[in-house]
Design a protein around this ligand. Structure first.
Ligand SMILES: [Zn+2]
Ligand SMILES: [Zn+2]
Length: 220
């Protein structure tokens, strides 16, 4: 078996590795594995950003949209190696590459006890969908062993407005909730960057009876 990322042969190792779950086939070599950096416990309790205590982004979000997103969980830092990896998988259409991270994702997912949560996918915009023909968020949900719930649709043509940040945030929401739920929800996506996408979705869910919204991404 060859490494998914650099194609060098994977030599089975006798010693343990803390990156992959035992029993799951290794898809990336040790060198590539070392390029990824796991998010440790020393991270923002709200969004998993590496560092001590609640980060500045979350503080600002909580001022603007208090209580909308309960928590974001991420597995790996979005370091230079991860950026390269994402570029390869997204823009070169190498969707299978994400399978290399399956074990790390499953391990984190299991720790979070998300059994009662509905795993909700992020809908692709029409243009993106056509271009990629592939919904990453859906694939990630299947990878952790859940059925993706399709609760949202995209609205096209975002409007700009000069109202308050909160009103603008609401006016610019590119999603429409087609199936409200009263179950707790976990939104699954590849990367948490600004946290805007998940909050757009979370605010609609919470306004329509959803008790708890968390998000889960590979990278932060
Ligand atoms: Zn490799
Ligand atoms: Zn944070």
């Amino acid at each position: 078996m060859n490494c998914y990322l650099c194609f060098s042969p994977i030599v089975p190792e006798v010693n343990w590795t803390n990156f992959l779950l035992p029993g799951i086939e290794k898809k990336i070599c040790v060198t590539c594995e070392e390029g990824f950096e796991r998010i440790s416990d020393e991270c923002c309790p709200m969004c998993s950003r590496p560092g001590k205590g609640r980060c500045g982004d979350c503080t600002r979000w909580e001022e603007m949209l208090p209580g909308v997103l309960d928590q974001n969980h991420s597995v790996l830092t979005y370091n230079a190696f991860a950026k390269d990896f994402v570029a390869k998988w997204k823009y070169r259409g190498d969707y299978a590459a994400v399978e290399a991270l399956e074990a790390a994702m499953k391990e984190k997912w299991k720790l979070l006890n998300l059994e009662d949560y509905l795993a909700v996918c992020v809908p692709l915009s029409l243009e993106r969908g056509k271009e990629r023909g592939f919904n990453q968020s859906e694939a990630l949900i299947r990878m952790v062993g859940k059925d993706p719930a399709h609760l949202f649709e995209r609205i096209h043509g975002e409007k700009q407005s000069k109202r308050t940040r909160r009103a603008r945030m609401e006016a610019e929401n590119p999603f429409s909730l087609i199936k409200p739920t009263n179950q707790p929800v976990i939104i699954v996506d590849d990367i948490y960057t600004t946290g805007r996408t998940v909050r757009h979705m979370a605010s609609l869910l919470k306004e329509n009876g959803c008790p708890r919204v968390r998000s889960f991404t590979i990278f932060r």
